[in-house]
Design a protein around this ligand. Structure first.
Ligand code: FAD
Ligand code: MLT
Ligand code: ZN
Length: 539
């Protein structure tokens, strides 16, 4: 049976009577799991501007030493030749971020294999006042993972071993450079799940995830890393070790210092090991994708999902028509079930995932829920996956939006949070603003896209155009940040601050908090060598 027929048949058989009427779409063969590219994305183009040129107010600190042959020779004295990369063509991917928006100027990349090697590197850099930039999978979206000037890149990707799994408690300990998907596959084989998932899982590392306090697709179910991380091993800026790979669920002894490194984006130290609570992997997972006519209906379906699906609801993601169109046009292996032939994408798409332990129970709950959405005319169409492969394919419609946007050209990315009822007005308001300036007509802006983690009140507002354009950027910023401040929103819900938002932190945090953050930074890193120019405002 063709996959499309299988899906349709499933919908009819699982959702008796009237519900079958809503599943009128005839999806074609879209059931190929999307693959996130695992080789480095970034190779800089000659046209790509240097991050330093894009931020002319940032000057290279004269307090930092410039790297010379003696430094390289020192690194080579305890690292293998393959761990010290100086060939410029090999260095370039580490200088360029995933979006090809930020380009740094490092001349050396160090690839330690052990915590002791990281300590030796950092101790030396601190003594010599060589600035460093920690890097994991280099999938960060705010320019934090690449150097601005000549900071030494310390890549953690060769530190990628699982250290232990306690199969009773689920406490999982691994090197920071372990790729998220590899960690999850390891856990899956043993009946556990990594409590974080995101579209870049094939490349992002768990150390990078912790350093950015990544949110991802199932925060709704498993909570934030501030709750699931049990302990960390961190090389501090002076080369000493913060050794706290605890596997304890409860530990009320003193300040919980590990929390400072979660979301510090490599400004306080280099995470070398992560201990995290891995829950049991749910054995009954359902994924449904629904079509809706308005954002009000998206909200209504979310409120009902929380009420009617309760404890089995594990993800609630949404996207708008512009987001669906970008995937349809630029990510050919992903097929949107509602866009067969020339059919336009619905105004909004929603992906609902349930995760539980008794399939019949979850199926019944989901069926009843979908039936009620249809009866009350909240959704106009929908499909439910019948297998893991189909579930992955449906997830692909959501997870490929970022990839689609980046293939389409330049994307100005804003990762914001605010009360859910206001969330989509950020997109509408921005569309109006850019239209009023004539940017659409002039072909300088192609689209304003909204999608994200509705369950977390987190919108990804993306403005797409053929290339980065200073005037367009100036029409967006600081306007969007001011807009958020007035709504008590956050200028970064999950991607962090990096280079992009360091100077804008004041839109989300009061001066006193920023000054405490600076004191913490000075306490840990008095020489300021750890990922400089980012995260905290200079002024
Ligand atoms: P990098 O990009 O290498 O680094 C990110 C930051 O962490 C930098 O400041 C770097 O200096 C620091 N860092 C990295 N490793 C360490 C370490 N070991 N110790 C100290 N500091 C370190 N983010 C989300 O939150 N939710 C999403 O749903 C999501 N989806 C994404 C989908 C796509 C397609 C892409 C490209 C990105 C997505 N991201 C998402 C952003 C990104 O993947 C995450 O921020 C991720 O956690 C970064 O991990 P990384 O290993 O690539 O870190
Ligand atoms: C996502 O949720 O897909 C990510 O955070 C990536 C993005 O915002 O582009
Ligand atoms: Zn996200």
């Amino acid at each position: 049976m063709r996959a499309a027929q299988a899906l349709r048949a499933l919908c009819i058989s699982r959702l008796p009577r009237p519900v079958s009427d809503i599943f009128t779409s005839k999806p074609t063969s879209y059931l190929r799991a999307p693959h996130f590219q695992t080789t480095p994305y970034s190779t800089s183009s000659p046209q790509q501007k240097l991050a330093a040129d894009m931020h002319p107010h940032i000057k290279r600190s004269t307090a930092f030493k410039s790297l010379d042959d003696a430094d390289i020779n020192h690194f080579k004295s305890f690292l293998e030749p393959s761990q010290v990369i100086t060939d410029q063509s090999e260095v370039q991917p580490y200088n360029t971020d995933w979006m090809k928006k930020y380009r740094g100027q490092t001349v050396v990349v160090l690839r330690p294999k052990t915590t002791e090697e990281v300590q030796k590197i950092v101790r030396y850099c601190n003594e010599k006042k060589l600035a460093v930039c920690p890097q994991g999978g280099n999938t960060g979206l705010v320019g934090g993972s690449v150097p601005v000037f000549d900071e030494v890149v310390i890549s953690l990707t060769l530190m990628n071993q699982v250290r232990s799994l306690d199969e009773v408690s689920g406490a999982f300990v691994a090197d920071a450079g372990l790729v998220l998907e590899t960690a999850d596959n390891y856990l899956a084989e043993r009946g556990f799940i990594f409590p974080l998932d995101l579209g870049a899982k094939g490349t992002a590392t768990i150390g990078g995830n912790v350093a950015t306090n990544a949110g991802g697709l199932r925060l709704l179910r498993y909570g934030s890393l501030h709750g699931t991380v049990l302990g960390l091993e961190v090389v501090l800026p002076d080369g000493t070790l913060f050794s706290n790979l605890s596997t304890l669920r409860k530990d009320n002894t003193g300040y919980d210092l590990k929390q400072l490194f979660i979301g510090a984006e490599g400004t306080l130290g280099i995470i070398t090991g992560v201990s995290i609570m891995a829950p049991r992997r749910p054995n009954a997972v359902n994924v449904a994708v629904l079509a809706l006519d308005s954002f009000e209906l998206v909200q209504e379906s979310f409120a009902r999902a929380k009420r009617d699906l309760g404890e089995i609801l594990s993800a609630f993601e949404f996207w708008d028509q512009a987001a669906a169109e970008v995937v349809h046009k630029y990510v050919s292996h992903v097929k949107n079930p509602f866009m067969e032939g020339d059919r336009p994408a619905p105004a909004f798409g929603v992906l609902i995932e349930t995760s539980g332990s008794v399939k019949e129970h979850d199926d019944e709950k989901l069926s009843r829920f979908l039936e009620s959405l249809m009866e009350d005319s909240i959704v106009t169409d929908g499909v439910v996956a019948d297998s893991e492969t189909q579930a992955k394919a449906l997830w692909g419609v959501r997870e490929s939006i970022t990839e689609g946007l980046s293939r389409a050209g330049a994307a100005y990315k804003y990762d914001i949070s605010m009360p859910v009822p206001k969330l989509y007005s950020a997109v509408e308001d921005m569309r109006e603003r850019l239209a009023s300036k004539g940017f659409f007509e002039q072909g300088r802006v192609a689209r304003v896209v909204g999608f994200g983690h509705l369950g977390d009140g987190n919108l990804h507002l993306n403005i797409g155009g053929p290339q980065y354009d200073k005037e367009v950027a100036e029409a967006i910023e600081p306007y969007v940040f001011q807009w958020l401040k007035e709504l008590d929103g956050s200028i970064s819900a999950e991607h962090g601050l990096g280079l992009h938002k360091a100077e804008h932190l004041h839109y989300s945090k009061p001066d006193r908090m920023i000054s405490i953050m600076k004191q913490i930074k000075d306490l840990f890193d008095p020489n300021g060598i750890m990922n400089p120019y980012k995260y905290l405002p200079k002024s």
